[in-house]
Write a new protein. Sequence first.
Length: 143
Amino acid sequence: MRVRRAFTAAAALALPIASVGAPAVAASHGASTAAIVGSAQVAHKLNHPTKLAAQGPDDICNYTKSRPTLHQGSSGRAVQQAQCYLNQAIGAGLDEDGDFGRLTESATKDFQQCADIVVDGRIGAQTWSFLSFWANSPEAPFC
């Protein structure tokens, strides 16, 4: 049985504001872009940073900060990062070997379906955004 986690406006505010498409992704799940950007601006004015999903030293996976588009046949540290995120986000049980093969593609599709985003087996901007957020969530794994 699959458990689907509701993506709320509060969760959307934890998305990295600077990530490509984060406001658009959050808006498609019920949060307005103005609310997301506005919250960050208010926090900045109050000298109190908005809590964002970890991306850097506090990130659960630290193979690389690079976020290229990945697909079957890709290899390298970005694939290891994605495999680590998949393991954390959905308990995929992948070897973090840096080879994007059939198992990584299948786990990517499982994650995309669970996250209710485009299911294509490729890891692009939208999938990276959701993966980093879900993998770094204290509630992981989700599916």
